[in-house]
Design a protein around this ligand. Sequence first.
Ligand SMILES: *[C@@H]1O[C@H](CO)[C@@H](O)[C@H](O)[C@H]1NC(C)=O
Ligand SMILES: *[C@@H]1O[C@H](CO)[C@@H](O)[C@H](O)[C@H]1NC(C)=O
Ligand SMILES: *[C@@H]1O[C@H](CO)[C@@H](O)[C@H](O)[C@H]1NC(C)=O
Ligand SMILES: *[C@@H]1O[C@H](CO)[C@@H](O)[C@H](O)[C@H]1NC(C)=O
Ligand SMILES: *[C@@H]1O[C@H](CO)[C@@H](O)[C@H](O)[C@H]1NC(C)=O
Ligand SMILES: *[C@@H]1O[C@H](CO)[C@@H](O)[C@H](O)[C@H]1NC(C)=O
Ligand SMILES: *[C@@H]1O[C@H](CO)[C@@H](O)[C@H](O)[C@H]1NC(C)=O
Ligand SMILES: *[C@@H]1O[C@H](CO)[C@@H](O)[C@H](O)[C@H]1NC(C)=O
Length: 482
Amino acid sequence: MMASSFVRELLQLIAFALPIVQPCSAASLYSTYKFNPLEHLGGVAPYFEPQDPPASPSSPQGCTTERAVYLSRHAAIYANDYDFEEYIDPFVSKLENNTVVDWTKVPELSFLAGWTAPMSDAEQELLTRVGRLEASQLGVTLSFRYPNLKLPSRVWTSSAERTVKSAESFVRGLEQDDNEMNVVSIYESEEAGANSLTPYKSCPAYSSSFGSDQSAVYLEKFTKPIMARLNAMAPGFNFTANDVYGMMELCGYESVIRGSSPFCDTDLFSPDDWLGWEYTADIMYHYNVGYGNQISGVVGLPWFNASANVLMADSTDQQDMFVSFTHRELPPMVFVAMGLFNNSAFGGSEAAINDTMPLDRINYLRAWKSSHVLPFMSNLAIERLNCSGSYGYDDGDYYRVLVNSAPQPLPDCADGPGTSCSRAGFETYVQDRATLFQGYSDKCGVDYDNSTDVYSIYTDPAAGNGTLVGKRYEAFKYRIEE
Ligand SMILES: *[C@@H]1O[C@H](CO)[C@@H](O)[C@H](O)[C@H]1NC(C)=O
Ligand SMILES: *[C@@H]1O[C@H](CO)[C@@H](O)[C@H](O)[C@H]1NC(C)=O
Ligand SMILES: *[C@@H]1O[C@H](CO)[C@@H](O)[C@H](O)[C@H]1NC(C)=O
Ligand SMILES: *[C@@H]1O[C@H](CO)[C@@H](O)[C@H](O)[C@H]1NC(C)=O
Ligand SMILES: *[C@@H]1O[C@H](CO)[C@@H](O)[C@H](O)[C@H]1NC(C)=O
Ligand SMILES: *[C@@H]1O[C@H](CO)[C@@H](O)[C@H](O)[C@H]1NC(C)=O
Ligand SMILES: *[C@@H]1O[C@H](CO)[C@@H](O)[C@H](O)[C@H]1NC(C)=O
Ligand SMILES: *[C@@H]1O[C@H](CO)[C@@H](O)[C@H](O)[C@H]1NC(C)=O
């Protein structure tokens, strides 16, 4: 059902200023089961807000936000190069070469007779129109969420085109007039130590292939019956596990390019099929950038530590909002540094963390769900709240975390109103996390001699002031002025 309603949902999101009140229903005699594949597509999911947990994103009673720090993944792109080369292109090229199957005779796949790939080799990695919309939408969201905060004069981004374009679209959504905010591009160096928005690239102990062996185990398991079914429907095409994974991935990519995708049809892939796809991705992210990789928290800590410092600082001449854009790797590593989405949080032991992601069956009750924590445009916020007259709590500053607008309590720091935590509690929490994960250069085994363990981009003048972003594209502006 969902493919065709994607654009409608996006428009609803844009009208999100209106509170949506869900009717509460009594136990139903008839089925109310609903399933949207676009909410189970891990890193290929279009931006959505799972409201997990359903705590209110509004500030707690008596509190107003006086400063906020954001870390956002870039918005929707045509295709990630690895996904394109590994899964999508081989399937598409096999399809183009196909002379064996007459698709018009295969009901569930008849659309393949006239289907063409939505992206070209040259478009890989570029933002789609939906991506630009997602990024502008975040800008508008922050203007609604923080009507009293100064607009930032600088926004930071790693230097890839898709992150820079996301930052620029975000600025266009947030600024009131032309040319009010600068975008500062931070070079994606492999020798920047912890001082970049891509610190995993400067960390030799991190490898982008971590997790592929483990996720391959579940990939084989969940695709086996799907392959058998497709090969029975369309004998001779020889669907492989990677073809199946790529077709399901195309549901996400094609949706953010064309607004819908026939691959999202739940008659083609059932809800259980999608949950298998999602779990395969979650295993990969667990071992790659999550709790299953010892270096994740080490790489994520410097951003968290610096952001906590900037939030707790006294100075008022600084910005109120600190927003930065990066790639999919960094936010999950920061979650680990912060202790968020830990499958073992309530009781498991540290040593048993890998047991929470078995490779032969789905742990449905896991906290680590990539679809929830790293869809396109996924964003983490840490807020400093000024609370006075919050019944039952002292006046003062409190700290709160939101991921994709859902409040996330910090484990072991729950002494404030709502999901927030007191200043003293937060200070101790940050120190405890730093004790666990400090020592970036050492633990990464850096092989260059000018490394640093500290993220200093917010305050270091060497990062520069960046470039102004106008609301209009230059060519257009020029024409109007003529
Ligand atoms: C499709 O055909 C082209 C040209 O003959 C060939 O280079 C390519 O390897 C084929 N692709 C597949 C997946 O068979
Ligand atoms: C180390 O030097 C390289 C090459 O000049 C540079 O790209 C990198 O940013 C430097 N690292 C730090 C932490 O200053
Ligand atoms: C599918 O596999 C069969 C048996 O291995 C082989 O004969 C056939 O050529 C393959 N078809 C394609 C389209 O690769
Ligand atoms: C964390 O911040 C403190 C306070 O500025 C600083 O002294 C320390 O070096 C930082 N540690 C890391 C690992 O970033
Ligand atoms: C995850 O939770 C367990 C249980 O509370 C804890 O022992 C472990 O240190 C946590 N992991 C991280 C990286 O915070
Ligand atoms: C989890 O598995 C990874 C990959 O095998 C390993 O490096 C890591 O040490 C394991 N974690 C724990 C806590 O055993
Ligand atoms: C916090 O809010 C109170 C009441 O509105 C105000 O008097 C106080 O100055 C604020 N504190 C800060 C640090 O902004
Ligand atoms: C950045 O802006 C600040 C404040 O406006 C100014 O003092 C500084 O010289 C500027 N830096 C650069 C590199 O232009």
